[in-house]
Design a protein around this ligand. Structure first.
Ligand code: ADP
Length: 468
């Protein structure tokens, strides 16, 4: 397993991509905003110009109506002295648009005045944009036809508008460079902050791959998706650490528990190999070896089951089961053995009590308890198996009138490989009750026992009832 990270090209990192996206969106939004403002200002200025030209047009039209061409010329020339800054172009053409009056401010001499004669006008105001010969100036021109069919034209330079807009463009270009830097800095900051929890997770995974399972990712303190990911990730690490520890313990326990039978097996084989052993003795030793190895296999199976169930790694095929079916079936199987041993076996389990469990494992649990009851109950005794529903639980009790368990042993009978003092004469591995407890707890249930030495014992298991 390699622990050193493969160095990735920077442009392939999520951090780079986030920065690039953020910066691009930021800069694009700034340009969009500028474009929008630019066109808005430009349109507003143009509207303002049109308004000024329209006002002038209206005034000149009424002057023309009052005193004709001369009157207009006099008034305009007189006015011009006061309005040097923004003088209007004024032109009056005959019905065929031949120039009759032209008042042209000095700075507009470069315009091709001939083009004014080519502008036709029927109803209302006709707006035209005219460009100077050098292209550096432009004129916004309004044309109307007067009641006597003459043509009145008023124009105004757009130079002022152009200057304002040019300033605007120049300032934007000036702030574009800092804007790009700001976008990149913002993008990097966002990427750095957003990816911080991910970097912590990477560090934790890296130490986990090196075998340091106690590393945890520091919480972001937020309730967002990354906060949830970190919580789940830490929970997963907790579970893995727990499983590894449980596996280590199980391996130690299995190795410890198998040491005695393995030593015994080896002893039998060594004895048989001694040179002065007869064929008959060797045969006996081999038969003992087979018996011992079967014992070891059973023990191994039970130990593996207990470990799996305790670690939560046991695969349970849970389904809705009628507990009455299970108990009655087991009663039938063990009924003959009980009869053989002179023990009365009473099964009381109504049908229709449902439990959600793995049926094979449930059979194993009840059989183990019943086998123990048969083993530790002398001839003439009795065993009662009762199953009943109690609120949200199913309670199964196996009660015998056997030898009972001394008070000081009661807490230890669930331990692996523990065998009571009085039970040494009976065959057994000391694993039955540990397996029962592990299996019941794997089904989210619990076990308990009550016993009086010489009077008998009652083993009770409670399992969650299956939902209808
Ligand atoms: P084993 O029966 O193989 O010894 P178990 O784990 O099934 O192992 O039981 C552990 C111990 O609990 C037994 O050795 C015995 O001392 C005690 N025990 C279990 N069931 C009963 C019972 N029904 N009556 C009396 N003692 C029991």
């Amino acid at each position: 397993m390699s622990s050193s990270p493969n160095p990735k090209p920077f442009r392939k990192t999520v951090g780079f991509r986030l920065t690039a996206w953020y910066s691009a969106i930021f800069i694009f939004s700034a340009i969009l905003l500028f474009g929008f403002s630019y066109f808005y200002i430009s349109a507003s200025l143009k509207k303002q110009e049109h308004r000024a030209i329209s006002a002038e047009l209206k005034q000149l039209a009424s002057l023309y109506a009052m005193g004709g061409l001369d009157y207009v010329e006099r008034k305009v020339t007189a006015h011009r002295k006061f309005e040097r800054d923004k003088p209007f172009l004024v032109r009056i053409g005959g019905p065929n648009n031949e120039t009759q009056l032209l008042i042209l401010p000095a700075q507009w001499m470069e315009f091709d005045i001939k083009q004014l004669e080519r502008i036709s006008c029927e109803n209302g105001v006709t707006w035209t944009s005219l460009h100077g010969k050098n292209g550096k100036t432009a004129l916004e021109l309004a044309t109307i036809r007067l009641p006597d069919q003459s043509i009145l034209q008023v124009g105004k330079s757009v130079l002022e508008r152009w200057k304002i807009l040019e300033h605007f463009r120049r300032y934007f270009l000036l702030i574009l460079a800092p804007l790009v830097v700001l976008g990149l800095a913002g993008g990097s900051l966002v990427a750095f902050r957003a990816l911080r929890p991910i970097r912590h997770i990477i560090t934790a995974v890296r130490s986990a791959t090196l075998g340091k399972m106690d590393t945890r990712v520091a919480s972001t303190g937020t309730n967002d998706e990354l906060g949830e990911l970190i919580t789940l990730f830490n929970e997963m690490l907790n579970r893995i650490e727990m499983l590894i520890e449980a596996m280590r313990d199980s391996l130690d326990n299995v190795a410890h528990d198998l040491r005695t039978p393995m030593t015994r097996l080896r002893g039998i084989a060594e004895m048989a190999l001694r040179s002065n052993q007869s064929v008959e003795e060797c045969r006996e030793a081999l038969a003992e070896c087979i018996e011992e190895s079967e014992h070891i296999l059973k023990m191994l199976d039970a130990l593996m089951d207990i470990s799996e169930a305790q670690m939560g790694a046991m695969k349970l095929n849970c389904e809705r089961i009628d507990i009455g079916d299970v108990v009655n079936h087991i009663g039938e199987v063990y009924g003959y053995i009980a009869e053989d041993r002179g023990i009365s076996l009473n099964i009381r389990s109504p049908k229709g009590i449902w439990v959600y469990a793995d049926s094979t494992r449930l059979y194993q649990v009840i059989s183990n308890l019943l086998e123990n009851a048969l083993k530790y109950t002398p001839r003439g005794g009795s065993i009662d198996v009762d199953a009943a529903a109690d609120h949200n639980e199913i309670v199964i009790a196996v009660k015998d009138t056997g030898i009972g368990i001394p008070e000081e042993e009661l807490s230890r009978i669930w331990d692996r490989s523990y065998r009571g003092d009085q039970s040494r004469s009976q065959s057994g591995l000391g694993l039955g009750l540990s397996l029962v407890k592990a299996l019941v707890e794997a089904h989210n249930g619990r076990v308990s026992v009550s016993s009086r030495p010489g009077k008998g014992s009652t083993f009770t298991i409670c399992l969650p009832a299956a939902k209808p």
